[in-house]
Design a protein around this ligand. Structure first.
Ligand code: PGA
Length: 254
């Protein structure tokens, strides 16, 4: 049993209007009232952040954003800075999600800049990495993860990264219903943790939470969470319904 506090995070992606987001946050707040020993985060769309933040006040649910820009301000039409996220009530931000890498040109370099800017603004970065199906089939999983971690965390020293959360999300498992087996997740997480030790130190490696993401559901969360290096879940589809998401929060009771 590790000393890392488990974390269950919901990525709402481009779903829910402001009203729907408020309703879901209110319901979730009630449902997880009794939760203890677990960190909870939800990441609504930008336009719902402020309102959801108001709802979450006084609750143990942290507010996260799904993306940000690395500059503090300026002529960057359509972008949002880390300080703006803090101003809206966020304490966390998802960075480098595979959908951003796949559809919006996110690279290891932009991910690295964003992590830097997030840390500077005291936001907890949830740093996403993961291989595609063809990379896995070609036996490249660990070299892909290695490169993503090295490049994403380039130029940091261990003392910068006390807040870092890593999310291992195999692209082939996201939104497909094809969850990684718990052995596959454990193997990847163990690999990532030992790379953190190589790049930084043992303390950082053993304190950093590594979440698994990709078709996590109430019926598979517990088995995943039983693995020694799986410290939580980053959840898309199953986070949209508060009743389902709350079952993930209470993963121990499933
Ligand atoms: P999923 O998404 O749970 O719908 O597979 C996970 C994610 O994209 O973070």
């Amino acid at each position: 049993m590790s000393s890392r506090t488990p974390m269950i995070a919901g990525n709402w992606k481009m779903h829910k209007s402001g009203t729907q987001a408020i309703e879901a946050a209110e319901r979730l707040k009630t449902l997880v009232k009794a939760a203890s020993g677990v960190d909870i985060m939800i990441a609504p769309t930008f336009t719902a952040l402020f309102q959801v933040g108001q709802v979450l006040k006084g609750s143990p649910i942290a507010l996260g954003a799904q993306n940000m820009h690395w500059e503090q301000q300026g002529a960057f039409t359509g972008e949002i800075s880390a300080d703006m996220l803090v101003d809206a009530g966020c304490s966390q931000v998802i960075i480098g999600h595979s959908e951003r890498r796949q559809y919006f040109g996110e690279t290891d370099e932009t991910v690295n800049r964003k992590i830097k800017a997030a840390l500077q603004a005291k936001l907890t970065p949830v740093f996403c990495i993961g291989e595609t199906e063809s990379q896995r089939l070609a036996g490249e999983t660990f070299s892909v993860l290695d490169k993503q971690v090295r490049n994403g965390l380039k130029d940091f020293v261990f003392s910068d990264l006390g807040n870092l959360v890593v999310a291992y999300e195999p692209v082939w498992a996201i939104g497909t219903g094809q969850t990684a087996t718990r052995e596959q997740a454990q193997e990847a997480h163990e690999n990532i943790r030992s790379l953190l030790e190589t790049l930084f130190n043992k303390d950082l490696a053993s304190s950093t939470r590594i979440l698994y993401g990709g078709s996590v559901k109430p019926d598979n969360v517990r088995a995943l969470m039983e693995m020694p290096d799986v410290d939580g879940a980053l959840v898309g589809g199953a986070s949209l319904d508060p009743d389902t998401f709350s079952k993930l929060v209470f993963f121990n009771e499933n």
